[in-house]
Design a protein. Structure first.
Length: 181
C-alpha cells in the first residue's frame, strides 16, 4: 500500500482522497483521519439499490437522490459518503456536495455498524443534515432520526413489514422487509 505511506497520518484532507486507488473500497476523511471501509456484501448492496429505487420514485423534481461514492464535504476537513442521500438539485457539484443534506442513509454491515451508529450520526448531526436513517438489513430495521435544533431525535424504529411514512425529506413510504428482497 505505497499510496497510503505517502500521506501523513492524522493530517489528511479531502483533497488527499484523489490520490487513493479506485479499488471498490470506500475512503473517507474525518478531521485528518482516513477511514477505509471494505467492499459491501450482497445484502448491503441490495438494500441500497431497493431504497434508492423507492426514494427516486417519490423524489420531487427540485431534489436529487444519489448513492455512494458521492462525497459529502460539510467542512474542509471532512469528506464522507452516505450509502444513499437526498439533497437539493442545485447543491450537487461535479464531485462533491458541501451544503447540508436533506437525508443521509447508512446501511449497516458488520464492519460499519459502530461507526454508522455513533461517528456518522454525530457528523451528520453537526453538519445540519435534516434526517438520518440507519438501516440494518440483517434485522430488517429502520431507525429514523430527525434534527430538532442541533440534536437528532428518534422519530421511528420500524421492523419487518411495518411501514414508515416519511415526511422528510419528502413523502415516501418505507417498508424495511421490502428492502432486502
Amino acid at each position: 500500500m505505497e499510496y497510503v505511506e505517502t500521506l501523513e497520518p492524522g493530517h489528511l484532507t479531502p483533497a488527499d482522497l484523489e490520490t487513493l486507488p479506485d479499488d471498490g473500497k470506500r475512503y473517507e476523511v474525518v478531521d485528518g483521519v482516513l477511514l477505509v471501509t471494505p467492499s459491501p456484501l450482497a445484502i448491503h448492496q441490495t438494500a441500497v439499490v431497493e431504497l434508492t429505487y423507492v426514494l427516486r420514485h417519490c423524489c420531487p423534481g427540485d431534489l436529487k437522490v444519489l448513492v455512494a461514492p458521492m462525497d459529502y464535504q460539510p467542512t474542509p476537513t471532512r469528506s464522507v459518503q452516505p450509502d444513499v442521500l437526498a439533497c437539493r438539485r442545485e447543491d450537487v457539484g461535479r464531485k462533491t456536495i458541501v451544503k447540508p443534506l436533506l437525508l443521509a442513509v447508512e446501511v449497516l454491515s458488520q464492519s460499519t455498524s459502530l461507526a454508522d451508529r455513533v461517528l456518522e450520526r454525530r457528523l451528520y448531526e453537526q453538519a445540519g443534515v435534516a434526517s438520518y436513517w440507519i438501516f440494518d438489513p440483517a434485522r430488517e430495521e429502520l431507525t429514523v432520526l430527525e434534527l430538532e435544533g442541533d440534536t437528532y431525535v428518534e422519530r421511528a424504529v420500524v421492523v419487518g413489514k411495518e411501514a414508515f411514512e416519511a415526511e422528510l425529506p419528502f413523502p415516501v413510504r418505507i417498508v424495511p422487509a421490502d428492502l432486502v428482497v
